[in-house]
Design a protein around this ligand. Sequence first.
Ligand code: DAH
Length: 359
Amino acid sequence: MSGVDDLERGLVSAVAAAADEATLEQLRVSALGKKGSISELLKTLGNMSPEERKEKGPQFNTLRDRVSEAIAERKTALQEQALNARLASERVDVTLPVRPEPLGTIHPVSQVLDEITAIFADIGFSVAEGPDVEFDDYNFTKLNIPPDHPARQMHDTFYVSPQKDGSRHVLRTHTSPVQVRTMLSQQPPVRIISPGRAYRVDSDATHSPMFHQIEGLVIDEMTNLGHLKWVLEEFCKAFFEVEKVELRARPSFFPFTEPSVEWDLRCDRSVPGKITFGHGNDWLELAGSGMVHPKVLSMCGIDPEKYQGYAFGGGIDRLAMLKYGIPDIRPFFESDIRWLRHFGFAPLDIPTLDGGLSR
Ligand code: DAH
């Protein structure tokens, strides 16, 4: 009896002390395996008298059950310990910085849009928006382009199917209708830019049927073209990241401005494939502009006797191509992942004037 008790005590304490599953398994084999101490004990029952077997049998069985139970419990405990150790060692530190690659890249047009917005916001402009599908009235008529005006042909318009009342919407041919929307919804002072998509029936290496423009509008009591020149100069310096620029004004014609002026930026193209600003003997067309036509002001509910202002507009895609050396406009809108990786920008580097525009 005491031999069985000793054996149990010895085995149970060895099981409790087993430090890993391999040691525990060795213990199990040495006690319950074919030649194990308990198995050997059970074999002796065969040679016993029936009385002796009646007494020893239950003792031996209890011994076997208790030891098996102790082994099973220890095994569960060891497995739990191992799992906790693994969980602790494989913990993810969520405060580590994100890896930028899986987020994709920022399209050069989005990048340039953000840069332009940051620059104009710094000068005091807010951003206004309008829909891509626009009223004919806002895209043309209220900009002093009446139905029979030849400028309508120049715009190669995409028309949308007529409404029930016969009126037609267009895909806006420029961002200028946002001027109309802004003046109809607010009284001066107005100081907005409106970057966005525009559409024309046109497609080659430098034209896409969908392209991006930016519109600017400032209306106040004294605003004049001198102010516009300063704004454009400040914009060019910040955008092209140069100390000085030179602008040239050319007389022009737009139905919605009077007088109308086009602006060119002095540049140097003497090194093939490269363009730099602030010096050189070449000129780059930058933007159309002018003083908002009094007729446009009054059609949009603003008193032309009291208020005046300037407007300007130009392409954004071309600015992106120039600034980042992109030769062809067509891949801009083809979603080729290799092109996007090559010309795209890191998603978390948001352009700001103090933090840097184009790091
Ligand atoms: N809307 C003109 C275009 O698409 C650009 C433009 C010229 C906008 C003169 C203006 C402006 O606001 O005053 O070609």
